[in-house]
Design a protein around this ligand. Structure first.
Ligand code: SF4
Ligand code: SF4
Length: 495
């Protein structure tokens, strides 16, 4: 699909690198058209979604909350804990397969239409820049002679938006109520939080004011992977070489009586002799946010934003040619006039995805209502009680670490079974835990010494909650091996 493109687009190693190695700053021209209108609509809806999600509560929890210090991840009311390794693994695997499938079908539709980087850059930051500094030049360069106050005004607004964006970003990681508290109190009350907010604001400014399209071109791993995820039938934005070539500039011929300044009324004819539809106006190049020339074929830098389609369609309208010289298509359709959605990966990816979803739901539904782990505490393996009511019993001190995985507060009780005469005593009986809360209960198990064989006895500890959940756990207790006189762990204890 490679053709002769303008020299300035061809000679660069990277579209954003000048020949001397300096950064080529891009100021893409805005091309109005049907795709820009649709993308704008999608972007405004997504902006609302991105900003609202952390503040919307489902079942008493934020709809999305990534609590990194506690290693708890909440998605739409379901909280995943570090012990949910299988669920997390399935979730991540499902996400990857879904990305593979979407990319195989629709190319980089995520990049061009929904990625927060694109949405914020193209529909917030760049419009503000144009508002303060004016439209880029016809060559896609920054307007000349911008008054200083306009530049300063732009940076002030950029700072405020980045500051807001930093709060939105942090709201995914910090409880919204905590974040509100941070925002309304003096920075000196929360120096660490203030530093985090300012650091994230700085990062946002760096990304959207300085780094910009470099994030898509050199930093985002998805951009790197796309070449292995696409096939010849994937939907991409393509230039129709068979229709556009050989390209050539137009000679303008004015209709009789038409004012010279009215460009739209100009009739245009090709310079010589028979040419393709591309008039080499470079509107598709100067509008491209990553600075590439789509006429060179599919390139890694193309984020699928469709701005070149809108630009070229408007040119075709003006010269009286059919739209679609640049359009959504596929490599196979462009080169062999063969478009087929049906191919192996279109069935294989959904099949794998279905298996993952079924496995995920099964694990989720069968997950216990409480996570419990048992830990031995104290500095002795066991104690033989030789006074009081429990005289002659062997005591094991344990701690139950419990996570309430339900969406309701729960109260927990514990009992011992499996050993005749065994008794469980705990000051933490009726331990109350909020939804998703964690807690510890110290328990002491008293077991007759006759229950031990070669220093071991197996007990069953049962945990019950208010919701009717019951969990039995077997635990191997430690005790004396032989006669009372040889008991090295013995001490006086009265329960
Ligand atoms: S906008 Fe269309 S006509 Fe103009 S250079 Fe690009 S492909 Fe050719
Ligand atoms: S080539 Fe077209 S679709 Fe790709 S990034 Fe540039 S303007 Fe967007």
């Amino acid at each position: 699909m490679t053709t002769d493109a303008p020299a300035h687009a061809h000679e660069r190693v990277l579209s954003t690198l000048n020949e001397d190695g300096s950064r080529r700053w891009l100021y893409p021209r805005l091309s109005k058209g049907r795709f820009l209108t649709r993308r704008r609509l999608v972007a405004y809806v997504l902006l609302i979604v991105y900003n609202a999600l952390p503040w919307i509560s489902i079942g008493g929890k934020p709809s999305i909350h990534l609590n990194l210090p506690a290693r708890e991840f909440t998605f739409f009311g379901a909280t995943f804990l570090p012990t949910d390794t299988v669920l997390l693994m399935l979730f991540v695997a499902g996400l990857f397969v879904l990305i593979f499938l979407l990319t195989a079908l629709f190319g980089r539709v995520w990049c061009g239409w929904a990625c927060p980087q694109t949405v914020y850059l193209e529909f917030i930051y760049r419009p503000i820049e144009r508002l303060f500094e004016g439209e880029p030049t016809a060559r896609g360069e920054r307007p000349k002679k911008i008054p200083g106050w306009r530049v300063a005004g732009k940076y002030v607004v950029f700072f405020l938006i980045s500051w807001h964006l930093a709060h939105t970003f942090l709201a995914y990681f910090v409880e919204p109520t905590t974040l509100l508290q941070w925002s309304t109190q003096s920075p000196f009350d929360h120096p660490a939080a203030f530093t985090i907010v300012m650091a994230v604001t700085g990062l946002m400014l760096f990304d959207f004011v300085y780094f910009r399209e470099q994030t898509c071109i050199v930093a985002c791993p998805y951009g790197r992977f796309q070449s292995v995820m696409l096939d010849r039938q994937s939907l991409i934005i393509s230039y129709d070489e068979s229709r556009g070539e050989p390209r050539g500039k137009l000679k303008k011929r004015r209709s009789k009586g038409t004012p010279a300044k009215d460009d739209l009324s100009l009739k245009v004819v090709h310079e010589a002799p028979v040419r393709g539809d591309c008039i080499d106006c470079e509107m598709c190049v100067t509008t491209c946010p990553t600075g590439i020339d789509i006429r060179r074929g599919l390139q890694m830098e193309c984020i699928g934003c469709a701005q070149c389609i809108d630009a070229c369609d408007s040119v075709m309208d003006r010269i009286g040619r059919p739209r679609g010289l640049i359009r959504y298509s596929s490599q196979a359709a462009m080169e062999e006039n063969r478009r087929s959605v049906i191919r192996p990966r279109v069935f294989i990816y959904p099949a794998i995805l279905s298996i993952i979803v079924i496995a995920f739901v099964t694990v989720l539904v069968t997950s216990p209502a409480a996570n419990v782990t048992i830990h031995r505490i104290g500095d002795r393996a066991y104690t033989v009680v030789d006074s009081g009511m429990a005289s002659g019993m062997v005591r094991n001190d344990l701690e139950l670490r419990i996570v309430n995985r339900t969406n309701e507060p729960q109260r927990y009780r514990f009992t011992i079974g499996g050993i005749e005469g065994g008794e469980l005593i705990s000051q933490d009986q009726n331990l109350e835990l909020p939804a998703g809360g964690r807690g510890r209960a110290a328990v002491s198990l008293f077991v007759p010494r006759e229950a031990f064989t070669m220093g071991r006895a197996t007990a069953t500890i049962t945990l019950r909650d208010d919701g009717g959940y019951e969990r039995e756990m077997t635990y191997r207790l430690q005790g004396p091996w032989g006669s009372e006189s040889s008991d090295s762990q013995k001490r006086e204890t009265a329960p």
